[in-house]
Design a protein around this ligand. Structure first.
Ligand code: URA
Length: 249
């Protein structure tokens, strides 16, 4: 991975990166933590080893609840891109932090920006109905977006904005460890799968997300389905595909 991006990920995760001296100074093995051990699953890469700050008094493992609240705090404090200056508040994500099903949309809209919760407007109402059709209450899944701040005039997030925000989503995925990811719409699918293939060709099949190869299903964004209700049948096929994957796990 490109060095600057790797550092941005680590910084956003709250990990202090120490520069290895050359030749390396003698360091007691117990004060070293490999990057592979310190990063969540999707970020683990064999071979790369970095010293990260540890102290004798630091707790060995932060609880999952602590990691979630730390992440939430870092998202709300983030001003890495210009979106934060134009939005009311960050929209972290909502739901069951141990959900089997993780829903990933695009970006907060006006309603979400006001309420601080994803998918609470008209598209959210349809998403709730889609989830109920699958047999899920909204509270049973986790719902997040590619970016945590509302873009001005509801434009699509720019690539650099999505990349700045990506470490937060990566950590949400790593902490949730979902069995299946459902990606809603083009912005979500393109950023998660690093492709620009149209949603119509990405939907209807199983993709694997990241190094941990979490099964990922793409479907149409609920806002698009509100405008093109004739596509709902195809979306239902996608939801059934996601359900069949959940039953397999
Ligand atoms: N559309 C999205 O992609 N996310 C939201 O939170 C709301 C609408």
């Amino acid at each position: 991975m490109e060095e600057a991006r790797r550092k941005a990920y680590l910084t956003a995760m709250g990990i202090t990166v120490w520069q290895r001296r050359d030749p390396p100074a003698a360091v007691a093995p117990e004060t070293m933590v490999s990057e592979a051990e310190s990063l969540p699953a999707p970020e683990r890469t064999a071979g790369e080893r970095t010293l990260v700050e540890t102290t004798a008094t630091a707790p060995m493992a932060e609880s999952a609840a602590d990691q979630w609240s730390d992440l939430r705090r870092r998202v709300s404090a983030c001003s890495a891109c210009s979106l934060r200056a134009g939005c009311t508040q960050t929209v972290f994500g909502v739901g069951n932090t141990q959900a089997d099903l993780l829903i990933i949309g695009e970006a907060p809209g006006a309603d979400e920006d006001r309420q601080g919760e994803p998918f609470v407007g008209p598209a959210g109402q349809l998403l709730n109905a889609m989830l109920l059709a699958m047999g899920f209450q909204r509270e049973a899944v986790f719902i997040a977006n590619i970016v945590k701040c509302r873009p001005p005039s509801n434009r699509n997030p720019k690539q650099e904005e999505a990349l700045q925000c990506e470490p937060f989503l990566l950590q949400q995925i790593a902490l949730t460890q979902p069995k299946v990811i459902l990606s809603l719409g083009a912005v979500s699918a393109h950023n998660l799968l690093k492709t620009d293939i149209p949603v119509g060709r990405l939907r209807g099949r199983i993709h694997n997300y990241g190094d941990s190869a979490i099964p990922l299903v793409v479907t149409y964004h609920p806002a698009y389905l509100l405008r093109s209700p004739e596509q709902k049948a195809k979306s239902w096929q996608d939801l059934q595909l996601a359900l069949s994957l959940l039953r397999e796990q």
